[in-house]
Design a protein around this ligand. Sequence first.
Ligand code: ADP
Ligand code: MG
Length: 614
Amino acid sequence: MAQTETHHFQAEIQQLLNIVIHSLYTDKEIFVRELISNAADACEKLRFNQSAGTPVYQSEIAPTITIVTDEKAGTITITDTGLGMTHAELVENLGTIAHSGTKAFLKQLSEEKKPDVGLIGQFGVGFYSSFMVAKRVTVLSRSFATEESGWQWTSEGMGGYELAPAADLPRGTKITLELKDDAKDFAQESTVERIIERYSSFVPFPIELNTKRLNTVQAIWARNKNEIKPEEYNEFYTFIGHDHDAPLFRLHFNADAPLAIQSLLFVPSRNFETLGMGRIESEVNLYCRKVLIQAKAKGLFPEWLRFLKGVVDSEDLPLNISRETMQDTSLMQKLNKVLTSRFLKFLDEQSEKEAEAYDKFYNEYQRFLKEGIVTDFTHKEALGKLLRFESSSLDAGKRTSLADYVKRMAAEQKEIYCLLAANRAAAEASPYFEVFRERKLEVLFLYDAWDEFVMEHLREFEGKSLRLAEKADLNLSAKKDSALSEDAAKTLAQWLKETLGDKVSEVRVSQRLVESPAVIVDADKFMTASMRRMMQAMKQDGPEMPATKHDFEINPAHPIMARLDAMRQKDAALATSVAEQILDNARVAAGQLEDPRAMLTRLNQLLEKVLTKE
Ligand code: ADP
Ligand code: MG
């Protein structure tokens, strides 16, 4: 054609193209995302011009995106009815480095050991990704400006491109890729459909693939909350969460400062981790202006919120962000902090407003909150507010927050008391509970094996220390009538220490027992028994840890103690046996008798003795 002009690419563009053409990049499919997002931009700009009242060529044609694959010809064609390009714009946009991103991208590519071409779109040079898969690219474009006409731009990527007039084009741009032999896959409808679903499901203009309408689900996170119906939210959740049950909670949250964030988060109705599916992975996807940047974005939320599903869209994603370093960037950290704080605040609000749903949430997800307390210092306080426990002051099955516990505390109570037990019956029958019952002090009942560590890490709440019941420094409000005098009780304690020897570290007269004859108390002020067990388990082959030693507290008001005192004068052997048995009984009550065999032998001997006496 006589009018065909030949142009050279600018040096940087050619350099970029050389890399793109020869890249062994595995995610070549992203060229679809880039061309569709350019088409969507063009549609957006057209709409803007229309609404501004600028005269528009063929203004009756609505902005849409059409994709056609042709397996026989080995081509894929992407057409949009957006604003199109003039001759000058084709030269400027598809061949020069008008975009400062080119240089930045080249620099990034040369600096990285494994250059990530996938980020090409973030640098404003996405168009050139088509040369990863195409041996020739043809662009037909007709600007929306009424006085303009159509042009054809063609290039094989090396050297330059040709420009020629093209008559009778409709408004917009049509890009045809003649695929390389190793990229013929992209001429297959099913392949392209999958790619569009992955990256471009929420593009705000209709996308048709071989006459089939694809993106029917809207990017509702970018819409006004007040205009969205609950069904729309649920439909969206089903789509992105691949879960047909309605979510338990959803948080639609937008912010302008400190970062521009549009986010829509969901809590699935069930905890998939306990359903035997193994460790779950966060399913929150990161978008930039409705186009997927990273699926299951790492670092967007802390690990302990990995049950969340949803979308975070931020316009603030910088150009130099790379998949490997994404996690470390201060932007990701900022996003993480803002999002996490907001989500925890949301949970706190829900616990008030939607108590029943929160209860269900807690049943499913409490272990995640506790994991957060143990592993993440940053949000400890906010997480502490979300904990719930049964309590001696509430009916069975009802749970309280620490905040409500604190509200109920009497002025002189300084600590929050917690009792570790297998269940409510065990807690109420525990010797450690006796003093609390007698003094009418509220105790939280902790049934989860993790709770001890959680309390250890939390340490305090609203300035009140968390104290395990067994370590509480408490006496009964009134002295019980006792068969043993104070002196006699002390002497008995001394005798017990001599008799039990190394099995106990100290024997003393208890001020806190009502119904139990005796109780053991951890001698170690810092490490509790279950922690010690855990440490032992961790060094399986290592040397045995020194045996647990306990302080032994006796209840002088208990009839067993009075009779034991009498018996030790009459039958020292029997008294010794009984003393050992009482200690083992106390160990059983504390859940700390590891090997019951010796105890059973002794108990049988005692029974035998009782029966022969009759
Ligand atoms: P970016 O989209 O980030 O600007 P690209 O390399 O993807 O970078 O595209 C370069 C430019 O080419 C765009 O900014 C736009 O001006 C123009 N362009 C690309 N595709 C189209 C299209 N389908 N319609 C109109 N203009 C387009
Ligand atoms: Mg682009």
